[in-house]
Design a binder for this molecule. Structure first.
Ligand code: ATP
Ligand code: MG
Ligand code: MG
Ligand code: MG
Length: 469
């Protein structure tokens, strides 16, 4: 059976043999791109090649790109643990043409790889095209021999790909695999499309436009290709499952989590192991690329993912910190393809251990408070914003962790109330400082401290400061 590492190699070698340059994954932190929090797709490192701002000594490339989708336009954090096909960290396999080939070659290349190299049976495959894209529909019909009812026209943004609010973009065609009627879900465009029966495996984007911040869109000078195939989804498929977490690599991580917590990897508690395995990857790769937990920006997203994982470890009854114990299993699986993981191993372990040790001091008590506050509540009720704020401020619970904890109970959080409590605290802190000297300077100082995280700054309540670490 092909392992995930084998499938990655097959993909890259296929495109290399079709004259594509194998290019390394870029780090997860986009360079010189304030529009994006983390790299969320293979095209990000090539953005300027599509717009013609930059040229290189190759016009065709192929990559395995590290991606994190835990914020911004593409955010899958809330899908993890709920769908079989989403991770916060995943590898996107891609082939790219910068003004070289276009639709006529991109579709045949993708089709040959999946049906010939990977041997996926044609009867299980469906494709979508942007509703006005007759050209793509015709290529599918002619080259792949797909019948009309397997070429689904979609008028929504699902078939018009955008990296974010600005940048190169264009219509796309997507390839779906039908995992069978034992799994809930319907074909793309149907009301049940969100299920995991028909899984999108590959998106082939016809880059031909650029989107600007004012909402306008202009055609690009050249026509290019940008594709993204989810490596874990392909591995699941080729290993006979619809479930990304049922692949060699993820199973190893789930077993490491089971070993560290002494809880059956495939019993009722499996969802906790899945979340832990997923979040282990995103946090480790982010740390390896230089992000450290903090109270703002990228560092806060990292902290939020870490703490979510830690709550799940707690729910498995873990007494001691868990996450750092799982790093060796990850390095063993992925360290060869991504040497930064091996190099960063000690830092990753230390960072996870420190964060989990700190968070453990307040996690128990915070969860108890949450239980007490929601004890009598029915589904559909909402937790007071002030309580969510207290959890944030005193116990170090990011808002989304509280929401995640309440989701299974069907309880929401009054987020407007949370924001109001946050504003009130900021105002109080300002007032406290404004009284002690030159108000103008201190306001500026306060704003800076606020941006950098308030941990040391709000020293008037030690519990407050503790909770925010
Ligand atoms: P979906 O509709 O299933 O959420 P998507 O349309 O958001 O996927 P694209 O932006 O088209 O995904 O990304 C290209 C490919 O990357 C997808 O076809 C899929 O194979 C893979 N992919 C996307 N998001 C994830 C994720 N969160 N985890 C794993 N693989 C993913
Ligand atoms: Mg998505
Ligand atoms: Mg999609
Ligand atoms: Mg897609």
């Amino acid at each position: 059976m092909a392992s995930l590492n084998d499938i990655r190699s097959t993909f890259l070698e296929f495109f290399q043999s079709n004259d594509h340059r194998v290019v390394d994954s870029s780090p997860l932190i986009p360079r010189n791109d304030p529009t994006l929090m983390f790299v969320n797709s293979g095209m990000v490192q090539f953005k300027n090649l599509f717009t013609g701002q930059e040229t290189r000594d190759y016009q065709r490339a192929t990559t395995a790109q590290k991606c994190v989708r835990a914020g911004g336009k593409h955010n899958d954090l809330d899908n993890v643990g709920y769908t079989a096909r989403h991770h916060t960290f995943f590898e996107m396999m891609g082939n790219f043409s910068f003004g070289d080939y276009f639709k006529e070659q991109a579709i045949p290349l993708a089709w040959d790889l999946i049906t010939k190299e990977f041997g996926i049976p044609k009867e299980k495959l469906y494709v979508t095209v942007y509703h006005t894209d007759d050209e793509a529909a015709n290529i599918w019909k002619k080259y792949a021999g797909l019948p009309d009812d397997r070429i689904i026209r979609i008028a929504t943004d699902d078939n018009f790909w955008r990296m974010g609010p600005t940048g190169p973009c264009g219509p796309c065609t997507e390839i779906f695999y039908d995992h069978g009627d034992h799994i809930w879900g319907g074909p793309p465009g149907s009301p049940e499309e969100d299920g995991d029966r028909f899984i999108e495996i590959w998106n082939v984007v016809f880059m031909q436009n650029e989107q600007f911040a004012d909402g306008s869109m202009k055609p690009l000078d050249m026509q290019s290709i940008d594709t993204g195939m989810g490596l874990e989804r392909m591995a699941a498929l080729l290993q006979g499952s619809h479930d990304n977490y049922d692949t060699d690599l993820m199973r190893d991580l789930i077993e490491a989590s089971a070993h560290a917590t002494h809880v059956d990897p495939y019993g009722d508690q499996n969802v906790h192991h899945r979340v832990i395995a997923d979040h282990l990857r995103s946090t480790s790769f982010l740390i390896a690329d230089g992000v450290l937990p903090s109270n703002e920006g990228r560092g806060y997203v990292l902290r939020r993912i870490m703490r979510r994982a830690m709550r799940h470890a707690h729910l498995l009854g873990a007494k001691d910190p868990v996450m750092h114990q799982l790093v060796p299993a990850l390095v063993k699986q992925m360290g060869q393809a991504y040497p930064e993981l091996t190099q960063g191993q000690a830092l990753i372990e230390e960072t996870l251990l420190l964060e989990e040790t700190r968070f453990k001091t307040t996690l128990d008590r915070g969860l108890k408070l949450l239980d007490d506050e929601t004890a009598g509540m029915d589904k559909g009720a909402s937790l007071a914003g002030e309580t969510a704020f207290k959890l944030y401020d005193t116990y170090g619970f990011p808002l989304d962790l509280t929401q995640d904890a309440l989701r299974e109970k069907g309880i929401e959080v009054d987020t407007a109330g949370f924001d109001a409590a946050m504003d009130e605290q900021k105002a109080k802190a300002r007032a406290a400082w404004a009284g002690s000297g030159d108000a103008a300077d201190e306001t500026v100082w306060f704003d800076i401290a606020q941006d950098k995280g308030t941990t040391e700054f709000l020293g008037y309540d030690t519990e407050t400061a503790e909770g925010q670490i």
